[in-house]
Design a protein around this ligand. Structure first.
Ligand SMILES: [Zn+2]
Length: 319
């Protein structure tokens, strides 16, 4: 199975007006209410091809969003990658030198390697060090339903339930190599109250992903009590005003391909639930890959060809 081409329905906004900001770090702006309260941050374009977050931030800037307590920071994270976005080759702008969402290990941040993403991470790190609630906006490679990802600490689950949007909270390490921003040390510490969540808003360039990114940002600001309820109600889309209670799932395994001949039993887009344990859902060369338990959810199937690729995550319902 090969990767499909998806139409680009979203328009990448011009973010040049946000370059200077007011923090001394390009493309990062902080609004300070002057009153005590949490420092909330919303990130766009951690991956440069995932333009829905940039659309949400551009909207919030233009709607004149302001915190009613604490501080609110809006940041275009990997703007160098995003500025390479090309509608004719939309996947190419994901990164410049490496995946920005894998560099969050102290030994890399403090080390002497030099990549565009490490330089940017070092610039942004002092800001992240002061953030209490971080929303990192991403999107997906298929037409999967939107989902929130957290590492799985109790404080994250509690806050994600308060956000209650989009419909799924997926808990677990994700079996990534390197470390994601949501697991950067200050966030991944059970002894403080800081929380970082990652949202996957739907297919990278599908029209609805832009709306989901904005609705998620608004629900996040509501949960953090950062912005007035009037502002939130005024800007939420109708369909996102009274969301059903979210489902919570645990990521129990990550399947990596061993061969370059990895195929799924069906053309899964993600979030399908396979009822029975032992069902063959994929083949890797001659090997059959089976569900390890009943009610197994397939999260984020990857259609990029090649061996040693993370192909899919397997999840079990928590509540
Ligand atoms: Zn991403």
């Amino acid at each position: 199975m090969t990767e499909k081409m998806y139409p680009v329905e979203l328009v990448a906004p011009d973010i040049e007006a946000y370059r200077k900001g007011n923090t001394g770090v390009d493309f990062v702006t902080t609004f300070d209410s002057g009153d005590p309260g949490p420092h909330v941050m919303i990130n766009a374009v951690t991956h440069g091809n995932e333009i829905c977050g940039a659309i949400a931030l551009d909207y919030l800037f233009k709607a004149n969003v302001k915190p009613v307590r604490g501080k609110l920071t809006l940041g275009f994270v990997n703007y160098q990658a995003f500025l390479n976005f090309d509608i004719n080759d939309p996947g190419e702008s994901r990164l410049v030198d490496e995946d920005f969402n894998r560099v969050w290990l102290e030994e890399r941040l403090d080390g002497d390697e030099d990549t565009v993403e490490l330089q940017r991470a070092r610039e942004l790190r002092p800001i992240f060090d002061t953030v209490d609630y971080l929303l990192d906006i991403h999107s997906l490679s298929t037409y999967s339903e939107a989902l929130t990802i957290c590492h799985g600490l109790d404080k994250e689950k509690e806050f994600a339930k308060k956000v209650n949007y989009p419909g799924y909270i997926m808990c677990g390490s994700g079996h990534v190599i390197g470390r994601r921003l949501i697991e950067y040390t200050p966030f991944n510490d059970a002894t403080n109250d800081k929380v970082a969540l990652l949202v996957e808003c739907g297919q990278h360039w599908a029209a609805e992903s832009g709306a989901i990114a904005l609705d998620t940002a608004l629900h996040f600001l509501r949960a953090a009590e950062s912005v007035s309820p009037e502002f939130i109600n005024q800007h939420l889309s109708e369909g996102a005003k009274n969301p059903a209670k979210v489902q919570m799932w645990e990521v129990v395994d990550g399947i990596y391909s061993k061969t370059d001949d990895f195929t799924y039993a069906e053309e899964y887009i993600g979030m399908e639930v396979i009822p029975e344990s032992g069902t063959v859902f994929a083949r890797d060369g001659a090997e059959e890959i089976r569900t390890p338990h009943d009610g197994c959810l397939l999260m984020m199937p990857n259609y990029k060809p090649g061996a040693n690729m993370r192909k899919v995550r397997l999840c079990k319902r928590l509540g």
